[in-house]
Design a protein around this ligand. Structure first.
Ligand code: ISJ
Length: 347
């Protein structure tokens, strides 16, 4: 049986699994857990696939390597051309989002908080909802993203195509990225970013390099670049380095980085409290992270962006953007609309 067959089978039996293709990879990998037990991890010391929520007060879920069949294969994309009708209705209206952004700007202007990432979820009713087709279409459409489908009967079904790496760790060497600022992709990477966008992204880079300094003996901040993620472009800076030998390295890096100001804000705790209090819905696993840990001395974690949760015939699309003192509410609304298109393209 191939991976798609295994996915159908496992889903039908109510057993946990994850299938994914890492950025640029040819093959699909998958973990098929043998029982429906809910495993958690708080020190990231086991090998397996981790799925962590935004709010780190809640546990990270693990599909352990030792309790799963791990499969890798090259996949032929067999797409169903008839799939593709959806009707749309927003849960959070435009007005709600604009009011929240306005309130966020006020918070930034009247407190020490400098950046807060505000998000919303949009409900899309699907006709013909077949999550495997959605996954296959994402695979065919976004080759540079981490494309995944993740399922646990007690947690839910999530699908996404994320452009953002939280952390790559190979033995002692790691890399991470500062990703922020968003524009539509207009057939070129030659974008002249304005001061607001450059500053917003610098805030993220500075935070990451500061945090990394506590964990890594040496690290390097690379040159800022413009990168494409489907229908949008972002500013990105890569940060690489090495950590000391010892078992705690991965956990210390995760705790230093998550949640970064690319998805939370600055200062981190104040921004997080504002988000939990004011956003008006639960992010769950959106802006959390996911990926392999301790698989052949490698860990590769991604920030859970451009993702959706599927509940029967409804998809909940999660999108957000960073707010600073210079943000314009109407433009922030447009930015979230643009980001939903990454997923709507395949629905
Ligand atoms: C929060 C999201 O994206 C993040 C926020 C960005 C921004 O503020 O411009 C850009 C990339 C991501 O780090 C999202 O896609 O939902």
């Amino acid at each position: 049986m191939n991976i798609v067959g295994f996915i159908k089978d496992h889903f039908k039996q109510g057993l946990p699994f994850v299938a994914y293709r890492k950025p640029g990879a040819k093959s699909i990998s998958a973990f098929f857990q043998e029982t429906d037990r809910l495993f958690q991890t708080d020190n990231y010391s086991e090998s397996g696939f981790v799925f962590a929520p935004f709010d780190n007060a809640f546990p990270s879920i693990l599909i352990p390597e030792s309790a799963s069949e791990v499969v890798t294969e090259d996949l032929e994309y067999d797409l169903n051309p008839n799939f593709g009708l959806y009707e749309e209705f927003s849960e959070n209206s435009k007005e709600d989002h604009i009011n929240l952004v306005t309130k966020t700007i006020h918070e930034i202007n009247t407190t020490r908080t400098r950046k807060i990432v505000i998000s919303r979820k949009e409900k899309v009713a699907l006709e013909n909802a077949d999550f495997i087709n959605v996954f296959l279409k994402l695979l065919a459409t976004y080759r540079r993203a981490m494309v995944y489908v993740w399922y646990h009967p007690r947690v839910g079904l999530w699908i996404g195509a994320t452009p953002e790496t939280l952390l790559k760790l190979n033995r002692q060497s790691f890399s991470t990225m500062s990703l922020a600022a968003t524009r539509p992709y207009e057939n070129t990477l030659n974008v002249s970013w304005n001061t607001k966008e450059l500053e917003e992204q610098s805030l993220v880079t500075d935070f990451i390099t500061n945090k990394i300094a506590n964990v890594s003996k040496d690290h390097k901040t690379h040159e800022r670049e413009t990168v494409r993620a489907g229908n949008v472009v972002h500013l990105r800076t890569m940060i690489t380095g090495a950590i000391e030998k010892g078992g705690e390295g991965l956990s210390r890096l995760i705790k230093a980085l998550h949640p970064t100001p690319a998805v939370c804000g600055l200062p981190r705790e104040a921004a997080k409290q504002f988000i939990l209090r004011e956003e008006g819905y639960e992010r769950k696993y959106y802006t959390g992270f996911l990926g392999e840990i301790h698989m052949q001395n490698n860990s590769e974690l991604f920030v859970n962006l451009r993702c959706m949760e599927l509940v029967d015939n409804v998809a909940f699309l999660y999108v957000g953007g960073g707010i600073t003192a210079e943000s314009i509410p109407e433009e922030e609304w447009e930015e979230t609309k643009l980001k939903t298109k990454t997923l709507k393209k395949v629905l």
